[in-house]
Structures are given as C-alpha cells and as structure tokens.
Design a protein around this ligand. Structure first.
Ligand code: FAD
Length: 425
C-alpha cells in the first residue's frame, strides 16, 4: 500500500491552522489537506474564553504586520468566525481620565464567546472544513518536520511518516519546544528576544465596573505595561501547566451564565531583551520556576491590602474581614515582592495606581494579585518571504512562530501562509 502524499499538512488546529485550512479549501477545493493536532480539540484561546479582537494592533505582532495588511485580512477572519460585536459605552469619560495620566485607552471592536460556548463554535468550524473535504488526524503528536532530499512532511509520535507537498506548522505557544527542535534540526535561524511578564488581577466586579461599558478595556501605560485579557461575569483565574511550573491565566463563561461577580485581567510588561541575554523563553522559565519554587510548586497570590503594608499574605488571613471574596484559583498565599523582578513590579504597580485613578476601586485591599502570568512568544524564525515561509516547502505561523498574539492575528497569519501556498511561493 502506498502512503498518500497530501497537498498540504497543517500541524495545529488552533486559529492559525484553521485560518490556513479555510483559505486553502475555499480557493482551491481540490487540494488534499490534512490537519493534525495532539489534542482532541484545539487547546488555545479559541477554546478558552474566546475573546476576539478585530482592531489592529491587538493580537498582531507588529514586526510582521502593517496596519494595511492586518486590515485586509481581518474581514476574512470575521467572515468565518461570525462574531457578535459588543457595544461600548462612556469611552470618552475613561479616555479623558486616562489621557491626563499619560495612558492610552484603545477603542477595539470585540466579541466574546465564553468557554462554555466555544466548543460549539469550534465544532461548527470543523464540520465546515469536513464538508469541504479537509481530513483530520487528532490526538496525534507531531515530533518532526522535514523538507529535504527525502521529501517534505511530518513524523508522528507513533513513528508514522506523512508526506506532503507543503507543510504549515502552527503549534501555538505550548508547542514552543517542538518548534524550536524543528527549527534547530532544519537549520532555520530564529530569534527569541521578547517576553511579556506580569500579574493577573482578580477583584469584585463592583471594584472594576468599566467592564460593563467595555468588555476587555485595552489600556496602554508608560514603560511598556498594558492591560490584557479581561474576563468578567462568570470569570475565573486558571492555571496553565507547563513542564515543571504553572502560570496563571483567566477566562469567563458566556453572558448567558449566572455571574460570580468577579473580574480578572492581566497587567503585562513587555520586555525586549538585548545581548548578552540569549533567550526570552529561558528568562520566562527561570522567572516562572522561581515563583513556583517560592509557592511550593504553585503560583503565588497576594491581597493588595497586604502588599501595600509590605507584608506577605498568609493562608490563615487570606479571607478575613476586608478580604471579602475567596480566590477563584486558590494558589499559595505569599509575597510577590520575593518573586517578581523589582523593575517589573515597580512599573506594574505604577500602572495599577494610574488605573485606580481612571477606574476608582480596583486597588481595594481585597483585590488579589496572582503571579506569574507570562507570555512566551519567542522562537521567531527568520522568514524567507511575507508568507511566513521558512524553507522551500514549510511555513510557520501563529503564536508559536511569533506572528500573532491572539485569535484573530493567528487566524490572519494562517491565511497569509495559505496565500503563499496558493500563489506557489
Ligand atoms: C487559557 C488561554 C486563554 C486565552 N484566551 C484568549 C482570548 O480570549 N482571546 C485571544 O485572542 N487569545 C486568547 N489566548 C491566546 C490564544 O490562545 C492564542 O493567541 C491563539 O490561540 C494562537 O493560535 P495558534 O493557532 O497559533 O495556537 P493554538 O491556538 O495554541 O493552537 C495550536 C494547536 O497546536 C497543537 N499542537 C501543538 N504542538 C503540537 C504537536 N507537536 N503536534 C500536534 N499538534 C500540536 C495544540 O494542541 C493546539 O491545539 C488565550 C490563551 C490561553 C492559553
């Protein structure tokens, strides 16, 4: 029996992979396309919370995109995801307050699906691709990609080798070790110089009422600090598990669900590393490992009231008196000051104080700060063309390859890689 040679293999069924599959199957229905994912359902932000931002630059990596390029593709993303764009209110009030403090409030077109409904959206997308003849190989991990004298293709963990004319590699952030291994083996030069480090805030909805006016308000503070991924209604802080450590993140259920009246969001500081530091990824791992070490194998949480007094939070007092709501993600009560580098903490705290002037109440003593929330975007390959091609027949796209930082940007990146294949680049 001869093994088939697919026209295109797509590794990863997250938004980058889906964007590529939709574009390819729409413009060239005869192509044989195989999508491979190590999970049964894609594991990134399309599944978790699924907030979609339809305004540049949110979700796009600026060094790979121009506004015009993003704005050309965002309507195509919108056509497939069919978002219900949320209304915003009172923006001018918040904007005026922000501007007085040197803070920018971006006006972003947003939609929110919620973790309880995202599976329905994903299923609709997969069914549509299935109808177009796209094939799926799920719960199978790819361990290698090749593009050499033996041909082009991917190797699955069970030892099976799959051949293709073209391969799109889109394994997301969790695929960073895999991607790095592939790039090193294929001799693809990459840089890894940016990392976002920050904390996740959790507070009562009453302390951050702006979310009723603007679901995920995007504030940009001085010193490279920004708000990121705000969740409200029925919102929870969650753990993201990696080898050897956990990070925090957040999500919310759809508006149809009863609320727990909590809100959470991240305050992240972007750090651009310069020589001699070699790797943003490594820095992230060191910081996360330190925090998890101090937390006895878990992230840390501290009440703002304790932080202000310069004392650690403790398990015994974490829920007493003024600290009037239990954490949605009970990790280790402790002292962020021991784990967060001083410069990062200083800039984040300065941003929080400004935010408390724009939206008074967010620095209530009960507000919880969780750490670490770290975004590892690294492993940016040196692309051979504007279609994210890295070798004759292989393309790398999405968050793992540093071309995006969110669902819509990842989807648009997948479209760009597909355009390269369709144009025969
Ligand atoms: C908890 C959480 C919540 C988030 N919430 C949002 C949000 O609300 N809005 C937003 O815009 N962004 C959100 N994000 C970020 C968002 O997930 C990413 O920006 C986006 O999903 C990137 O798309 P991608 O296709 O590049 O990667 P992913 O969506 O991560 O998809 C990559 C896929 O590749 C698969 N894979 C990885 N390695 C292999 C391998 N070796 N073999 C086979 N398959 C592999 C993975 O299982 C995964 O399904 C969130 C992220 C997390 C972790």
């Amino acid at each position: 029996m001869t093994t088939p040679v697919y026209d295109v293999i797509i590794i990863g069924s997250g938004p980058a992979g889906l964007g590529a599959a939709f574009q390819l199957s729409e413009h060239s229905p005869a192509l044989s396309i195989l999508m491979i994912d190590r999970e049964r359902i894609c594991s990134g932000g399309l599944l978790n919370d699924c907030k979609q931002n339809y305004t540049y630059p949110i979700g796009f990596a600026a060094d790979n995109w121009t506004r015009a390029e993003a704005e050309r593709l965002l309507p195509l993303v919108e056509r497939q995801l069919q978002p219900i764009i949320k209304d915003k209110h009172n923006l001018e009030v918040y904007r005026r307050r922000a501007e007085r403090l040197g803070v920018t409030l971006l006006d972003i077109r947003q939609a929110h699906v919620g973790t309880d409904r995202s599976r329905i959206l994903i299923q609709r997308l997969l069914d549509e691709l299935d109808m177009r003849g796209v094939q799926f190989l799920l719960e199978q991990e790819v361990i290698d990609v090749f593009d050499d004298s033996n041909g082009t293709g991917a190797v699955i963990k069970n030892g099976q080798t799959l051949q293709a004319r073209k391969v799109i590699v889109a394994p997301g952030r969790k695929g960073f070790h895999f991607l790095q291994r592939v790039m090193e083996k294929m001799g693809i030069t990459y840089i890894d110089n940016v990392v976002d480090v920050g904390i996740r805030i959790e507070t009562r909805l009453a302390n951050y009422p702006i979310v009723k006016d603007y679901y995920d308000p995007k504030f940009q503070f001085p010193e490279g600090v920004r708000t990121f991924c705000t969740n409200s209604g029925h919102a929870r802080v969650v753990l993201e598990r990696y080898q050897g450590f956990s990070l925090v993140n957040g999500h919310a259920l759809s508006e149809a669900q009863a609320g727990n009246n909590l809100v959470n969001f991240a305050l992240l500081k972007t750090i651009g590393l310069k020589a001699p530091v070699r790797s943003g990824q490594q820095m992230a791992v060191f910081l996360a490992t330190l925090a998890n070490e101090i937390g006895g194998g878990k992230p840390l949480m501290q009440r703002v009231g304790d932080f202000r007094m310069g004392k650690r939070s403790t398990a015994e007092t974490f829920n007493e008196d003024l600290y009037d709501f239990p954490p949605s993600c009970p990790v280790t009560a402790g002292d962020l000051g021991l784990a967060v580098p001083a410069k990062i903490m200083r800039h984040i705290w300065a941003a929080l104080k400004k935010l408390d002037t724009i939206v008074p109440g967010v620095l209530h003593p009960s507000t919880i700060m969780y750490y670490p929330e770290i975004k590892m975007y690294a492993n940016k390959p040196v692309f051979l063309d504007r279609y994210f091609r890295v070798s004759t027949n292989v393309y790398m796209a999405g968050d793992g390859a540093g071309t995006s930082r969110g669902i819509t940007g990842a989807w648009a990146s997948g479209i760009r890689a597909a355009e390269g294949i369709l144009q025969g680049s």
